[in-house]
Design a protein around this ligand. Structure first.
Ligand SMILES: [Fe+2]
Length: 281
């Protein structure tokens, strides 16, 4: 079992994240386990994005099915697919839908910007929900609360949909805080990739009206241990006030030349964790 510090050192990450990362030590990891929480094994699968990348649809579909076989062998407590299921909104979704049905453990899917493209409309939301189910959800697994949000609703989208998610999220975080449950947030777009106060870009949540800042503060104050995301197509680990923000490898295209694959997070109530990479060829 590695601590946050030894893990980051092993990836050479201290050189990549000067301010935010170096501010955290292993001793500062949250260590107030709820009595009922147990070890949680969670697969983080980022951006299968069928049809993206130089090789086209076939190879990405092949790796998707290999990843599913691997996931079923790993038999985690829960599988999270963190958005960009498909690459082109006009493509049929049958291959993705039937593949997801082959996943045996409990499954949580977050919508990506290729699944509900900008600008978000009621029609696009309805299509996503019909094809893939709820675009936000929470689950209690092994004493951990998993909170999956639709980050598309924090871009150009119907205000009533954004307000409904905000209200729901506030209630979920209140519940986590009140009951002292360790929590994990799941989304497609990460809050930030280099610094919490970096400028807005395609890669991160906007900080307009301090949205990003407020979310980060609310998450950490409520006891969120990890914020797992996709979208960047780069492997990135950051720490914000003891909460780890982690983006993993994809099976479609990795801009940082990392191999294709998925991550298995093994999280302990006492703050220890592993974030193991599994290659998919
Ligand atoms: Fe993507």
């Amino acid at each position: 079992m590695v601590t946050r510090r030894t893990f980051m050192k092993s990836l050479g990450l201290s050189a990549l994240a000067p301010a935010a990362l170096s501010a955290l030590s292993a001793d500062e990891a949250p260590r107030s386990p709820a009595l009922e929480a147990k070890t949680l094994r969670l697969v983080q699968y980022c951006d299968p994005q069928l049809g993206f990348g130089e090789e086209g649809f076939g190879p990405s579909l092949g790796r998707f099915h290999k990843a599913i076989d691997l996931i079923n062998d790993l038999n985690p407590d829960v599988v999270t697919v963190l958005g960009d299921l498909i690459h082109r909104y006009s493509d049929p979704v049958d291959e993705m839908v039937s593949g997801l049905k082959r996943i045996k453990p409990q499954l949580i899917v977050a919508p990506g910007n290729h699944d509900i493209p900008d600008p978000v409309t009621p029609e696009k939301l309805t299509r996503y929900r019909n094809d893939f189910g709820p675009d936000r959800q929470s689950a209690l697994i092994n004493g951990w609360k998993l909170i999956c949000v639709n980050t598309q609703l924090w871009r150009e989208s119907p205000p009533e949909e954004t307000a409904a998610q905000d209200e729901w999220l506030a209630a979920e975080l209140d519940d986590v805080k009140t009951r002292g449950i360790p929590a994990i947030v799941l989304s497609h777009i990460p809050p930030y990739i280099a610094y919490p106060n970096e400028g807005d870009s395609w890669a991160v949540l906007t900080n307009e009206n301090e949205l990003r800042k407020n979310l980060l503060v609310k998450m950490t104050e409520s006891g969120v241990r990890f914020w797992l995301a996709g979208h960047t197509h780069e492997t990135i680990v950051r720490a914000f006030e003891g909460m780890l923000v982690m983006n993993g490898e994809t099976t479609s295209a990795n801009f940082d030349k990392r191999p294709y694959g998925i991550r298995l997070l093994t999280a302990e109530p006492n703050g220890d964790y592993r974030w193991d990479f599994y290659k998919v060829e």
